[in-house]
Design a protein around this ligand. Sequence first.
Ligand code: CA
Length: 228
Amino acid sequence: MKAKILIVEDEPAIQELLVFNIMEAGFHALRADDGDSAWLQIKNHVPDLILLDWMLPNTSGVVLAKQFRADVRTKDVPIIMLTARGEERDKILGLESGADDYITKPFSPRELMARIRAVLRRHLPEMSDETVAVGGLELSPSAHRVTCAGTSIDLGPTEFRLLQFFMTHAERVYSRTQLLDQVWGTQVFVEERTVDVHIRRLRVELEAVKKEGLIQTVRGSGYRFSVN
Ligand code: CA
């Protein structure tokens, strides 16, 4: 699951730099150079994070951040504000408008990527590329690998995403519909019993390392990943 990052930046050189670094880090980059083009992008793909420049033509980043917070599609999407203005009162204004974090230009791409990862980790743990270890399993999103005490477990792409979601949301019950939304995405039409098919496959793979019990069926509700 690649996180989609919408970059709203009107300066072509900075936009290029951002796109390059975001793609290099393994994320999907969407670009816009003003408010109108940002909304056009959002109509097609709701991003997982928005990098928003403060000084934009027509509508400023502060006004746009407020619009994003007020729209049902983007109200929960984390925003990192980019700005050349480093004053404390600007920072406060940026955060008050709904931004989650704030970075001052010129910024180092490394620092920016660290901020992006931190925000994604907070908002979307399943989108993080850091290794997750729960219940004796270790899952590495960047290497696309799951191991148990050194033994590699071979999973199909859907089972991998399903396990990644479970491991980052352990001990909670999810209905089939919720799993479809979270793991398959809202853009595709899949029947609920598809979830059962992939859960079954995942359990079969986990059986090889005696970990099938981690995925529990909660009668009448759905499924839960639990170490208890
Ligand atoms: Ca600008």
